[in-house]
Design a protein around this ligand. Structure first.
Ligand code: LLP
Length: 426
């Protein structure tokens, strides 16, 4: 459920018409709904607590999905931690008020500088993805005179049955430690200087629409954890990663409910005493945000018609990269008598892939009118770029009838002044 609905013929974010935001900030822009972010977090939290009332849990929001500090702060107030994959993301989480000990630092390529930064800020858990990384963390922590809390990220070799580019649990991917090597590495970690082995972690992929792959991966993780405890290696935490999918298409059947995901988690961990961490990104943020764009032209091509809008693949890269679907809605509610017709929705960038939708049935939309790309709150703004020297779209957060710019649109002067012309060209 989200809080983007038509009220009196106008698409609103909570109680704010998107048209009003467009007048204030221009287009294109991202807008997030506080109530939706909060609701998604709470539904997940309740799903875990209702199935496992006694177990301590941490929901570490995957910052990469939507790294705006105001968004992270909204979730932090509800008790969320943060899953980060770079010093930049960790800085954002800290700036949003997430305490260091609620931060999980993942990623296959942490540098010495990032490890040091994380330890200086009391990171709760570093997820180790390889033998050389374990050695690096041990070396950095020892030089600082601290013990680094680590979890071994295990690759369970489970097919997440999702898009190949966001599937991370297979043996052929770069992620995690092969499950058959985890026990030996855990023994090594338990004995390594500067290392405190706190748990095991896994993350098999994103936008999972079935629960079976989770169940299979969690079962393997718990089996590995049990085997280690039998050998005297005590693990107090299991980190199950993120990955639960969201409905991108209102007309489609929805992916599994958080409640049922909670049941899968509870069943897998049953009888194994430990805290649980999950790292959801998309589930919390995707349907809490939309990208609003203005139609510049309606173009009649030789074979197709096109809505040319002022947002492009640099603003929302997902359709170009993953051929992903985003529902598109006119901001002014169409009248029921208007017939829909198939049309391509494209941006102004000079690439054929700069296309949000092909042959999408839409009502007539005129130049100057606004459209909203739904489900853009996760991996939307966070994956945007300045490609074609287009300014990054601003971000807006709505709460009830209020809205605030939480990242402003840069100016062209700001864009240009980052470049330097060497003396020899003066
Ligand atoms: N934990 C780790 C270690 C991850 O790598 C990810 C996502 C998450 C948690 C959060 O996964 P989520 O709950 O959001 O599925 N750009 C792609 C998605 C990439 C996901 C990368 N890792 C997209 O737009 O679909």
């Amino acid at each position: 459920m989200d809080h983007f609905n038509y009220v009196d013929g106008a698409l609103c974010a909570e109680d704010v018409p998107l048209e009003r935001i467009a007048e204030a900030v221009g287009t294109p822009f991202y807008v997030y709904s506080t109530a939706t972010l909060e609701r998604h977090f709470q539904v997940l939290d309740e799903a875990l607590s209702s199935h496992m009332p006694q177990r301590r849990r941490l929901i570490a929001f995957a910052v990469k999905a939507c790294p705006n500090i105001a968004v992270i702060a909204t979730l932090a107030r509800l008790g969320a931690g943060a899953d980060v994959v770079s010093e930049g993301e960790m800085r954002r989480a800290l700036a949003a008020g997430v305490p260091g000990d609620k931060i999980v630092f993942s990623g296959v390529g942490k540098t010495d500088a990032e490890i040091k930064f994380a330890l200086e800020h009391n990171v709760g858990q570093l997820n180790v993805e390889s033998e050389p990384e374990l050695a690096a963390i041990s070396r950095v922590a020892t030089s600082m005179g601290v013990a680094a809390p680590i979890a071994l990220r295990v690759n369970p070799d489970v097919d997440a049955r999702t898009h190949a580019k966001i599937s991370t649990g297979g043996a052929e991917t770069k992620f995690g430690i092969p499950i058959d090597r985890a026990a030996a590495l855990a023994q090594e970690a338990a004995a390594a200087p500067g290392i405190e082995l706190v748990g095991l972690a896994t993350h098999i992929g994103s936008q999972l629409t079935e629960l079976e792959p989770f169940a299979a991966a969690f079962a393997k993780l718990v089996e590995a954890a049990r085997a280690l405890s039998a050998q005297g290696v005590r693990l107090r935490r299991l980190d199950l990663g993120g990955g639960l999918g969201v409905p991108y298409q209102r007309s489609n059947t929805a992916p599994p409910l958080p409640f049922d995901y909670g049941a899968v988690v509870a069943k897998a961990l049953d009888g194994f005493e430990c805290d649980v961490v999950i790292e959801p990104g998309r589930l919390v943020a995707a349907n809490a945000g939309v990208l609003v764009s203005k139609i510049i032209y309606v173009k009649e091509g030789a074979a197709r018609s096109f809505l040319v809008c002022d947002a492009a693949m640099n603003d929302l890269a997902r359709p170009a990269i993953y051929e992903s679907w985003h529902d598109i809605e006119p901001v002014k509610a169409p009248s029921s008598s208007e017939p829909v017709a198939p049309i391509d929705v494209v941006g102004p960038i000079c690439e054929t892939g700069d296309r949000f939708a092909q042959q999408r049935p839409l009502p007539p939309i005129a130049p100057g009118e606004l459209i909203a790309f739904r489900s853009a709150g996760a991996y939307g703004a966070s994956m945007s770029s300045e490609y074609n020297s287009r300014l990054l779209a601003p971000e807006v957060l709505v709460k009830g009838d209020r809205f605030e710019i939480i990242r402003s649109r840069p100016t062209y002067a700001e864009m240009l002044k980052r470049d330097r012309v060497p003396d020899w060209l003066e």
